[in-house]
Design a protein. Structure first.
Length: 252
């Protein structure tokens, strides 16, 4: 079974993260599949907008599959940061609007990916946040994107506590643009995507280009910091210890 599902609805392409048994947590091969799909859609003139959502009713995505990251050493962590750079660059490089249909929790890197979308639709059961510290993982790209959207004070609080925000808070501070009943999330996301697909494509491309230009320096700085910081973090052994404790607690 593929880790992602693809559907085309008129001018809108839909990517569904398809590991519901793992809360749609992604691995490197899964992210590569997503990148390849995004590149196809970017090159297809018939596709004018993209939706990303998750399978099931529990999570958009839990972020990184910790079972993959558990055994990283410093060198593998550096290569891992490069993989994230490619994934985030593919999302940031889209000339077409990207709508996130949040069917459940978006945590860690999935929270970041959700924020890299242009418009987010969610329901009252959605939770979002940056709980990486709880797994012993230092945050580098997360603080960059949160700071650009929320400011330093809330970025520090969310990063250091690792708490997940409830949907009403996410909506109040502008991270969720449309809050609807759970059964209406995809319908609303498709409505938004179709409206965006009907916009003038050159203006859409140039607007998206400008947003990317405005944030590129911060993105590159976060990747450089990630390379340096994740090496130190994984060489310390703390992420492996914290993930092992998490797995043991989950097994109970």
């Amino acid at each position: 079974m593929s880790d992602i599902l693809i559907d085309i609805q008129g001018a809108v392409a839909v990517i569904t993260l398809n590991r519901p048994g793992k809360l749609n947590a992604w691995t490197t091969p899964m992210r590569n599949e997503i990148i390849e799909a995004l590149e196809r859609f970017e090159a297809d003139d018939a596709i004018r907008a993209i939706i990303m959502t998750g399978a099931g009713d529990r999570a958009f995505s839990a972020g990184q599959d910790l079972s993959e990251a558990h055994d990283f050493d410093g060198e593998r962590a550096v290569a891992w940061v490069g993989e994230w750079q490619r994934y985030y660059a593919a999302l940031r490089g889209l000339s077409k609007p990207l709508v996130m249909a949040l069917n459940g929790t978006a945590a860690g890197s999935a929270f970041q990916v959700a924020l890299l979308g242009d418009i987010r639709v969610g329901h009252p059961g959605v939770r979002m946040g940056q709980p990486e510290i709880n797994a012993g993982i230092a945050s580098t790209t997360g603080p960059w994107i949160m700071n650009s959207m929320l400011g330093m004070s809330r970025t520090i609080e969310l990063t250091l506590t690792g708490r997940l925000m409830e949907a009403d808070e996410c909506h109040r501070i502008g991270l969720i643009h449309h809050l609807v009943p759970a059964e209406e999330v995809f319908t609303k996301a498709l409505e938004v995507a179709e409206a965006l697909a009907a916009k003038p494509p050159v203006a859409m491309r140039l607007d998206k280009q400008r947003f990317r230009e405005m944030t590129e320096a911060g993105f590159q700085d976060s990747i450089e910091a990630g390379t340096r910081i994740q090496r130190e973090a994984y060489e310390s052994g703390e992420p492996a210890r914290m993930m092992e404790a998490f797995f043991q607690q989950r097994a109970k």
